[in-house]
Design a protein around this ligand. Structure first.
Ligand code: IPE
Ligand code: IPE
Ligand code: MG
Length: 249
């Protein structure tokens, strides 16, 4: 354990919502002359460790980008292996989630998720729905633009049915149409593997999120790397458009 980083961490300034683009599994595997799926398997271990650490720290929301809408374009063998792994992961983690009172939620398009994975996911969501220690939000078959367009379509439907009004449309009321409108926006986004892009993740919600890019590949991103990212986050000044003097008051 990284007691150094732990000592430098202010327990009162932790992000309420941490989002992660877990990238670099394929490169991690290639460096070891392994196939890409071995990289995803190693990445699952990082997920376990990061979930455990967030639970211990008392972070309320952890959103993990696990499968994007664009990831369907990968070779079918990899896509199939990813869904198999996700299903196995959800199944094997459920007892621990229940034990630690961790809630599982889903962000993304239900349409297209393989039926057996959907069943497993729904079961985990239902069986953890009452827990409030940490909410692990799995972004599966997720695309940010799709989420916004879907929200606009749902708003239009409510408008046509007389359940909504244009005059009352604000960023706040629009947020309620997103996948999980009740979850606060991420305070911190981490992306591993050195890529400095958003890749269609949480386009609406990241408006004022602090972003931390690290070269570490996801399977190597463990407790110590998470604590380092949190220490870095705590050194930032979040101004939300104001001046430095204003936010320091
Ligand atoms: C992230 O690792 C996992 C998913 C996108 C599902 P990658 O598979 O993208 O790994 P790289 O980017 O090829 O190294
Ligand atoms: C983003 O990683 C998606 C997930 C981590 C699930 P990608 O590896 O798919 O992103 P790009 O294609 O490099 O932008
Ligand atoms: Mg990648």
């Amino acid at each position: 354990m990284n007691s150094g980083a732990m000592d430098r961490l202010d327990p009162h300034k932790l992000p309420r919502h941490l989002a992660i683009i877990m990238d670099g599994n394929g490169r991690w595997a290639r460096k070891r002359l392994l196939n890409r799926v071995s990289g995803h398997e190693a990445g699952a271990e990082s997920v376990r460790e990061v979930v455990r650490c967030c639970r211990e720290l008392g972070i309320a929301h952890l959103t993990l980008y696990a499968f994007s809408k664009e990831n369907w374009q990968r070779p079918a063998t990899e896509v199939n292996a990813l869904w198999r792994l996700l299903k196995r992961f959800i199944h094997s983690e459920l007892p621990d989630l229940i034990d630690k009172q961790i809630r599982m939620r889903h962000l993304g398009d239900p349409e297209g998720i393989p039926a057996d994975v959907w069943t497993e996911l729904q079961s985990a969501i239902e069986r953890t729905a009452s827990f409030d220690q940490l909410s692990v939000n799995l972004a599966l078959n997720y695309g940010g633009r799709h989420e916004i367009v879907r929200a606009a379509a749902n708003f239009a439907r409510d408008l046509a049915a007389g359940r909504a009004s244009v005059d009352r449309l604000t960023p706040e009321t629009f947020s309620a149409y997103l996948y999980a409108g009740d979850i606060p926006d991420p305070d911190l986004l981490i992306r591993t593997s050195g890529e400095c892009r958003i890749s269609n993740f949480l386009l609406w919600q990241l408006a004022y999120t602090e972003i931390y890019f690290t070269d570490t590949l996801w399977p190597d991103f463990r407790r110590r790397q998470l604590l380092d990212a949190l220490v870095d986050y705590q050194g930032r000044e979040r101004r939300f458009g104001k001046t430095s003097e204003q936010v320091q008051d």
